[in-house]
Write a protein that binds this ligand. Structure first.
Ligand SMILES: [Zn+2]
Length: 221
């Protein structure tokens, strides 16, 4: 399931690692990541901290908070950046600069897969398509998978009322403004909507994931 937040700018900062630089959030955040062994509590992706990247691109999140920020260890959980982005689509499908392709991702219609399954598959596809040479045996598979997932954007308009062709930004703004009495409708309307990441936006994280997680995995070489 995807979600919206009360403050997209704040959620974006959190997801991109701003919490680790904030003294009032970092102690709590690192305690959560360590307790959850740098493993995403939604999709199961396991990252690894390093000296240089001590958060491993994982995020401490309070899923019950309207801004996702967690101020207590017990109410927070460790999520990967992709699962956290799915909870803040009014940040994660919105362009960050005037560049058309600067959004962290887009909305796709894919009711057959849960968001969790999509996130874990996406982390491998991004790590591969962004970083391995075309001669690598997984490169072509990742490129095809990217095309297939991106192709599901075209199914949004046909399946979601209120959604207009290729207008993720307008749609998520409308969603975030829906009063709470419409939440049942919202749940229903969003049943098959998923967040799909933009590989370019996550280039830095995916490079890290490749080195820290996937490169040593069986079957990768
Ligand atoms: Zn995840």
């Amino acid at each position: 399931m995807i979600g919206t937040v009360d403050s997209p700018a704040l959620a974006g900062k959190l997801i991109l690692g701003g919490w680790a630089l904030n003294s009032s959030l970092s102690d709590i955040g690192f305690s959560i990541l360590e307790r959850d062994c740098y493993t995403c509590q939604h999709c199961g992706f396991e990252s690894r901290p390093s000296k240089k990247v001590n958060h491993g691109f994982m995020v401490p999140v309070d899923t019950n908070s309207p801004v996702l920020v967690t101020r207590e260890v017990h109410s927070g959980k460790c999520l990967c950046q992709l699962c956290a982005s799915a909870l803040a689509v009014n940040w994660s499908v919105v362009r960050q600069t005037s560049d058309e392709e600067s959004a962290p991702g887009c909305l796709i219609w894919l009711p057959e897969f849960t968001q969790e399954k999509i996130s874990i598959v996406a982390s491998l596809i991004l790590a591969t398509s962004n970083n391995v040479p075309p001669s690598h045996h997984l490169y072509e598979a990742a490129s095809h998978a990217l095309t297939a997932f991106n192709g599901r954007t075209a199914h949004m308009a046909a399946n979601v009322q209120l959604y207009k062709n290729d207008k993720d930004e307008e749609f998520v703004r409308a969603l975030s403004l829906l009063p709470s009495e419409y939440f049942d409708y919202r749940e229903q309307a969003l049943k098959g909507v998923r967040f799909w990441p933009n590989p370019k936006f996550w280039a830095k994280s995916s490079h890290y994931w490749l080195k820290a997680v996937y490169e040593n995995a069986a079957g990768f070489e």
